[in-house]
Design a protein around this ligand. Structure first.
Ligand SMILES: [Cu+2]
Length: 154
């Protein structure tokens, strides 16, 4: 190859090189293995603490339910979990967060005038490492396709 046949360094080539370097150098995360999560929920007139739970899909959730004043209930929409808790006597139950989305938990025992407003929210989200691995795979595929197209055009 003579001097005047050398390919010019284009912005596209630099980007392709950077993408390839990113794919090679950024460590590929291991896929999320479901975890076991221990959660303590305190029920009192007329709220749950915490009012919102964020859980990764696939996780096993071990709930300890406490009541600090009167008898309360805990009904989790979408998972059909119903529990009743008396003050001083904790209730424990376990479920697998196998459905993504937002689910309300609400009191299922008439505990006072504002009982209908005793509501919390469970958010079952996707696993972030899975999304990151998928994004890296897409970037790698795009780099391969761009490289193939460049070679065809050359
Ligand atoms: Cu209630």
């Amino acid at each position: 190859m003579s001097e005047n046949q050398r390919r010019p360094i284009t912005a596209r080539r630099v980007i392709l090189l950077l993408v390839v370097l990113a794919v090679l150098l950024v460590p590929i995360p291991t896929f999320h293995t479901p975890h076991s999560r221990d959660v303590v929920i305190d029920a009192s007139q007329f709220e749950y603490s915490p009012p919102r739970l964020n859980i990764n899909r696939g996780d096993t959730v071990n709930v300890t339910l406490n009541a600090s004043d009167v008898v309360h209930g805990f009904f989790l929409d979408g998972y059909e979990i119903d529990s009743r808790v008396e003050p001083g006597i904790s209730q424990k139950f376990t479920f697998t967060a196998d459905r993504s989305g937002k689910f309300r938990y609400r009191c299922s025992v008439a505990c006072g005038p504002l009982h209908p407003f005793m509501i919390g929210e469970l958010v079952v989200g996707p696993n972030e490492p899975v999304w990151r691995a998928s994004a890296l795979a897409v970037v790698a595929a795009a780099a391969v396709l761009l490289g193939a197209r460049k070679r065809r055009m050359a």
